[in-house]
Structure formats: C-alpha cells, structure tokens
Design a protein around this ligand. Sequence first.
Ligand code: BES
Ligand code: ZN
Ligand code: ZN
Length: 461
Amino acid sequence: MHAFVSPTPDATPVWLVSPDNWEGVKTSIDAAATAFAERCGFKPKAGRIQLLPGEGGTLAGALFGVDGESAPTRDPFAAGKLATSLPEGVYRFANAPHDADLAALGFLLALYRYNRFKSDSAPKPRLVAPDGVDRDRLERIAAAVAFGRDLVNAPANVLGPRALEQEAVKLAEQFDASVSMVRGEELLGANFPLIHAVGRAAGEEPRIVDFSWGREDAPKVALIGKGVTFDTGGLDIKPASGMELMKKDMGGAATALTLARLVMQEGLDLRLRVVIPIVENAISAPAMRPGDVLISRKGLSVEVGNTDAEGRLILADALALADEEAPELMLDFATLTGAARVALGPDLPPFYTDDEALAGSIGAHAARVRDPLWRLPLWRPYEAMIEGTVGDISNSGSGGGMAGSITAALFLRRFVDKAKAWAHFDVYAWNPKPRAHGPAGGEIQAARALFELLTERYPRR
Ligand code: BES
Ligand code: ZN
Ligand code: ZN
C-alpha cells in the first residue's frame, strides 16, 4: 500500500489539467478524447476527474483538474484524490506535477486504510513514481505515517497501556535501541509520581517507556509524547460527546514514535531519546481527586484543579526526566487541549517555543513539506492563571478555560530547565473528514515537518 510500482510502458497516463495548460493538453490527447471530455462537461477545475475511453472498452487516460499557478488555495496533496477515485490499474503522470514529491506522497498517504477489523478488499489504483522523486524515501515516510495512524486508530480496548508499551518497545528493538520501562508501583520508587497518580485507577498499570538510539556522543535530541490510551476525564468525567474520540489521546505518543521511526530508518546522526509516559485516565476508587496535591518528579507541587487535565501531569514527569541530561533539543507532542482546536481548527496544530531561531526553522520546514504548524506565544502574563492555591501550580488554572492551550504550554515549560531548546506541539491527531492525503480518522501531524528539520540539522554521516 505504501509503495509505487515500477515504470511500465502500458501505465495509463493522467494529465494534470489547470486553466493555464488545458489548451496545451488538448493538443497532446487526441481530438476524439477531447470531444468526449467536453461532452461530459469536463472543466479544468481542481479535483475534477475525467476518464478517457480507449478502443474496445479500455481506458486511454484520465484528466485531473488541478489549481493553476495563481491559485491561493493550491493543495499540493490534491493528487491523493486520484488514489481514491481512479479505477484499479497502473497510472503515471503524463505531465509533471507542480511539486512531484508532494503529489506522489499524497497519493501514497491517500491509499491508507485502518483495516484491522474491516478488510478493505477494493482493488486500488497504483502509481508509477514520477521522475525525479526519491521513491524509497517517500515510501518510508508513507509507511511511518501509516504506522502512526494505525496506533491512533486502534480502539482503546486493543491498544491499552500494555499494548502501547509493546508497540514502543517493538519499534525500539527493530532499530537496536536500548530500551527500559518502569510500571505500576515501581513508578513511585523511580520518582514518577504524576504518571502513577494519573494512571493508577486503570485496569492496566501506568508506565513509562524510555529508549535511546544512535551514536552516544552525537547531539542529543529528546522526543516526548503523551500516551493516554483513553481519556474518560477521570472523576471530572467528560460528557459522552467529549469522550467519543478519546482513544486518540495517545496521538502525541504516536507522533513521537512516528518521528522516531523516520529518524532511525533514515539513520540521522543524532543521539535520540524517546520518552513515552503511558496511562489510561480511568475512574475507580484509587483515582486522583480534584483538589489533590501531588509532588512532581522535579519537586514542584501540583494541585489537581481538574482530573481531565491529565496530559500535562504525565508530561511534567516525562519532560523532567528528559531534561535531566540537558539535550540540545527537546520536542514534545500531545493531544493536550480542546482549546487548540477551538483556536486553529483540526488541521493546524499550534506550537510553542521561546527559541526564536527554532521557531523560524519549524515554521519554514512545516511550510516546505506542507505539514502546517502555527506558533502561539508562551505569554508570560498568563502565568498568573496557573498559580495554585495550596500548591505551586495548578493543572487547570483559574482562567475559566480562556487561553487553554497557552496555559497548558506554560505549565509544561515549568518542567524544562536544562534543555538548550524546547518546543511543544498541541496536536489534534485526527481528520474529522476525509482529506486529499488521507481518510477520516487518525492523523499524524508535525512529524514530517520535524523530520525535515532534523534531516537538515543532523544529516546521516
Ligand atoms: N485530551 C484532552 C484534550 C482534547 C480534547 C484534545 C478534545 C483534543 C480534543 C485533555 O486531556 C483535556 O481534557 N483537556 C482539558 C483541560 C481542562 C480541563 C483544563 C480541556 O482541554 O478541556
Ligand atoms: Zn483530559
Ligand atoms: Zn487527555
């Protein structure tokens, strides 16, 4: 599914047609085909697909409408629509896409389906990799994204804390990383009190997975991901509508693991550390309560204003751990707040950093590979909103939900000290509707952008 086919002489040509080149394309397809397309009402508009009949019931080719040079809404992944619309067969682009890499990647990403419980036997179109693209690299990216989407799509009854740990360990072992984990009561002895407090009410024990990979003296890069396999909200229970999608609350962990896989399979020259705190935020007698005060790994006392703000609690201990070895770069990913999606919608995750150079670089790489990210501020005056009444800080704050994604980021910042640079990504990890580059359901955001950034900074030796 994540692969191109090798060039064959009989691959069906697909012409990418915009208002700018339609007249030119007409001269390269035969007159009968042009007449047929026009009789069918084909217009060179983005997203239109027109099949061209050949002799004896065959398919001579297809026209695919794309935006012209001047269109502000140009979707570089639009070609993904071909993967879900064309009949089974082998296709090639007859003229060069505006961005061949993204068009080809869009096609592979669009073929993805979560098929663990529902087989998708519909025959699929296949694409000959366009000229000039690094075919193997694109296939590796598509496979890594599919791996991450599978994790997000897996329901919480099959991907609980134990299974998510196993997935992380399996990935680490595939690349000969050294991996360790701490579970259940041992979290207290190993000083992860917040991870324990959030996860102790669940049927499967809370845990932390920690793996390291790469040349030991290479620059240190740490990835941290929120691994809440299901978020009921805890005692501050969510309403049904708010709980519906909460199997995706390990989307940050899936993002961190996807990025880790990209880094390892590419062999980038860095010392990678991946820290995944894993819990189910459940309800039973030992559940943490609103008003509880917890002493974190770092020593800060944290007041539980709301048991539904569990992500920042487990991340606090995980960030503190990764921070202890003063990495050059620390990146965390989390489906942390509903407020992020209210501010920017599902497709544009906000990110936070105090490092201006890093912010610029993240923005540039995100734009280049069309994995959009938008910087929001670590707005210091709002620190007042996370002050605790009896503890140092509160996990819910006093803002009444105002600036919720910002106050969550400010909370995390308190646990980062020694890292030379840190950025936090409040991802949604979900497509509410099908996109050109993938179906509705689990999505991996920010990983491709950061893979570009890391590839530029730490190229393989
Ligand atoms: N996992 C949720 C955040 C979330 C909700 C992400 C919906 C994507 C879609 C998180 O644990 C949470 O519940 N956050 C609360 C925090 C609040 C209680 C301070 C929120 O955002 O409402
Ligand atoms: Zn929550
Ligand atoms: Zn959550």
